[in-house]
Structures are given as C-alpha cells and as structure tokens.
Design a protein around this ligand. Structure first.
Ligand code: HEC
Length: 119
C-alpha cells in the first residue's frame, strides 16, 4: 500500500480549490488574471493599488455604496464610453484612455475590481 504523506493531501486540496476558482471564472467567461493585468496597465495610475483613488475626484472602489454598488451593465457602459457625474472635478476617460482595450478586457477588469475591492 502507498503511504499518503500529509503534504500530498494538502496538495490535492489546494489543487481542487484552484480548479474550482478557475472553473467559476471560466463558466462566467471571465479571466481575472487578464483583469488584473488590464488594471495594472491602464487603471492603477488614477484608481490606485488599493482601489481608493490616487487623485482627487477618483471614487473609492472599497466604499460600500461606491461605484461597485452599480450593476455590471452600467459599469461596463461607463468604463467603455467614459463618463462624468454632475459637478465632478474629473472625468473617467473612455476605456481608461486605452483604445486597445476590448469588451472582454472591460468585463474582465470589472470582475477583477469586484473580487479585489468590493466590500
Ligand atoms: C485618468 C484617470 C483615470 C483612469 C486612467 C481610469 N479611471 Fe476610472 N474613473 C476616473 C474618475 C475621475 C472617475 C469618476 C468620474 C465621475 O464620477 O465623474 C472614474 C470612475 C470609474 C468607475 C465608476 C463608474 C461608475 O459608474 O460610477 C469605474 C468602474 C472605473 N472608473 C473603472 C476604471 C477602469 C476599469 C479603468 C482602467 C481600464 C479606469 N477606470 C481608468 C478616473 C480614471
């Protein structure tokens, strides 16, 4: 009989856990890794590593009733087209100012925002 060492069991659990996470994202057609890359390349300069906003006028993603309380549909539209709320000091540029971003990139980065910053 083969001896199963404790670390082997842990390995199996970690592996299965990883598969579940990947499975969920794939089921929804979302790639969180891509979302993280898009955020790091295009969004972080204004929105910050911690999602709280680097510049005055940039909203706090971690705030409970902040932007992430809106639906995906609205967020996708506002990130894609850009927007400015009434009286705001600064606008959100269309696609964060990066015309190379695809609709998939936008969906992925919003999924990443929710996973990383939403309270
Ligand atoms: C030049 C700075 C800048 C960059 C770059 C930028 N944003 Fe923004 N973003 C803003 C500002 C400013 C607002 C708030 C605008 C307002 O409320 O009028 C905002 C708002 C948002 C919102 C809230 C939308 C809503 O409906 O309330 C989301 C989501 C968002 N940004 C995502 C992103 C993503 C994703 C990227 C990268 C692809 C990005 N931003 C890049 C400045 C920026």
């Amino acid at each position: 009989m083969m001896t199963v060492l404790p670390f082997q069991k842990t390995g199996v659990v970690v592996f299965l856990g990883g598969m579940l996470l990947v499975g969920n994202s794939v089921a929804a057609g979302l790639d969180l890794q891509n979302g993280a890359e898009v955020y790091g390349e295009t969004c972080v300069a204004c929105h910050g590593e911690n999602g709280k906003g680097e510049i005055p006028g940039v909203p706090d993603f971690t705030s409970k009733d902040g932007p992430l309380s809106k639906s995906d549909e609205i967020l996708i539209r506002n990130v894609t087209n850009g927007f400015i709320s009434p009286g705001a000091v600064m606008e959100m540029p269309a696609l964060g100012g990066n015309p190379d971003l695809t609709q998939q990139d936008v969906k992925d980065v919003i999924a990443y925002l929710r996973k990383t910053f939403q309270k």
